[in-house]
Design a protein around this ligand. Structure first.
Ligand code: ADP
Length: 497
């Protein structure tokens, strides 16, 4: 635990307007309700944020509906949309320090990582998607029906998109969804997580400043079972994109059935990270530690199941445990901090509960798992060895800094173990043997495989899970099919004689 120091926390600008953003205006909730958002490092209330209820979601959807049905955005030239999205990417970079400070205050993550990863990542999405706005082409199709036809397809926006994001990357996750939605000409109602509403509201303001017309991006902080559920069920919403837990994903699917909405889902994971005995071990050990402890382990792709080939098992277990012991846990604004607090007291208790369950199940807790500090929700990174596949710390998503390490013998053995999960989000492989890497990449049932690296994201790389980790892709050009409809046009140009 490191002491708090004067730094960006004190220097950061005051938190701005925390009212809803509807139709280009900052407004209170209809019933005047607010909810507190809290600093996870201190437990102090940061702000009382307007809380959207069903009536507010109605107004936001109506604004997005008008902006889509009658407004300029879907009718703007692709080049105009492109320019505005590029400008929004630039504005995010210009406000990097302010946005990073909001993320650290609201989520607890380190300011250094917010500045190095979250903010440029969000800007990168807008810059990348700005390029796609001018490239949404259809095709011409030669058909064989009798007669002569001119047949082609058009890529059209889906309509009003309800975008529901989690608290681990509040700005980044908003950008992953808002950028492609807007590039394709859709309009949006964005619901940030109730734990971390601040940066999404600021993103909405910056979008207006960049030239996104009023009503195109509405932001409605509120609770999942109220504002989120209202958005999912709303007949005026054409598509829902959600990132969060698999359990909530099931509720989203159920909620969307009434109006048969398009749904894309990025859900939970319990990602395997596999170290072979021919790997560059120092790099693999560091990669395994970063893969699970980065962002406090609050990452859907966290490498929570670490498989180590038997010959190097003891060395890797010790190496990862040493790395965990060496991590500085503390206030995210302290430049020395590497692991910040968990997002809420409730979540810290859930993660702590898994550590206790691991111990009760007979796993060997080598280091960490204990709470630190008098204020805030700090937990020391935990390393378990001696685990069995049926233990909850091996099977369930913890979403915290807890890794379970198991030995394996060969490729077939580890593929069986790695694929023995309801999730299929991502996986890591560490080996210097290219053919082994390819066999693993072929055999892993996941959406992303990282080899000799972990957790590399790029706006150009499609990302999304298989099995119970989700439906659809984010980023890359793959995401565009989730935010467009293909219209087929078939024109008879001559009648058969
Ligand atoms: P966690 O359990 O880690 O908080 P969730 O998956 O429940 O994560 O939350 C992710 C996002 O989904 C948040 O914005 C939350 O408000 C929202 N949410 C939660 N429950 C629902 C629901 N029933 N319908 C729509 N959105 C929801």
């Amino acid at each position: 635990m490191t002491p708090q120091t004067a730094g960006p926390r004190e220097q950061a600008p005051a938190i701005g307007d925390v009212r809803l953003l509807v139709d280009g205006l900052r407004v209170d909730a209809r019933d005047g309700a607010t909810f507190p958002t809290v600093d996870p490092a201190t437990g102090a209330v940061l702000a009382h944020v307007a809380e959207a209820g069903a009536a507010d979601v109605d107004l936001a959807v109506a604004a997005a509906r008008r902006a889509f049905d009658d407004g300029p955005w879907p009718r703007a030239t692709p080049a105009e949309r492109s320019r505005i999205l590029w400008r929004l990417g630039d504005l995010i970079l210009e406000h990097a320090e302010e946005l990073a400070a909001l993320e650290t205050r609201d989520n607890g993550k380190t300011y250094a990582s917010a500045l190095a990863v979250d903010v440029p990542g969000a800007a990168g999405l807008f810059h990348y998607m700005a390029g796609w706005a001018t490239k949404l082409e259809g095709t011409t199709i030669p058909i064989s029906a009798p007669g002569t036809f001119h047949t082609y397809t058009r890529r059209e926006p889906v309509g009003v998109c309800g975008l529901i994001v989690p608290w681990n990357y509040p700005l980044g996750q908003s950008a992953w969804k808002v950028a492609p939605a807007l590039a394709c000409g859709n309009t949006v109602v964005l619901k940030p997580a109730e734990q971390t509403p601040l940066s999404a509201l600021r993103l909405g303001e910056l979008a207006l400043e960049a030239g996104v017309p009023a009503g195109v991006l509405n932001v409605v902080p509120g609770f999942g079972h109220v504002a989120g559920a209202a958005l999912v069920a709303h007949p005026g919403v054409d598509k829902v994109a959600f990132t969060g837990s698999t359990e909530t994903g099931r509720a989203i699917i159920r909620g969307a059935t009434g109006s048969i909405k398009k749904v894309s889902l990025e859900l939970g994971g319990k990602s395997p990270n596999v170290i072979f005995d021919d790997a560059d071990l120092p790099a693999a050990i560091q990669g395994a530690a970063d893969g699970i402890f980065f962002n406090q382990g609050e990452v859907c792709t966290a490498g929570a199941r670490l498989y180590v080939q038997r010959g190097v098992y003891d060395e890797v277990v010790e190496g990862v445990a040493d790395a965990a012991r060496g991590l500085r846990v503390g206030d995210g604004f302290d430049p020395a901090t590497e692991v910040g607090p968990l997002v809420t007291a409730e979540h810290r208790d859930v993660v702590r509960g898994y550590v206790d369950a691991g111990v009760a199940d007979g796993a060997r807790l080598i280091t960490g798992g204990d709470e630190v500090g008098d204020a805030g929700w700090f937990l020391r990174p935990a390393v378990f060895a001696g685990v069995r596949p049926e233990m909850s710390i091996v099977r369930e998503e913890i979403f915290g800094p807890v890794v379970a390490i198991q030995p394996f013998d060969d490729v077939d053995d580890v593929l069986r173990a790695a694929n023995d999960s309801p999730f299929g989000l991502a996986a890591g492989v560490w080996s210097s043997d290219a053919s082994k890497v390819h066999r693993m990449a072929d055999g892993l049932r996941v959406g992303t495989v990282w080899a000799n690296c972990y957790g590399v994201f790029d706006a150009a790389m499609p990302f999304g899970g298989v099995k119970q980790s989700g439906w659809g892709k984010e980023m890359g050009h793959a995401v565009l099919s989730d935010y467009t409809e293909t219209k087929t046009v078939c024109i008879r140009t001559a009648v058969p004689s």
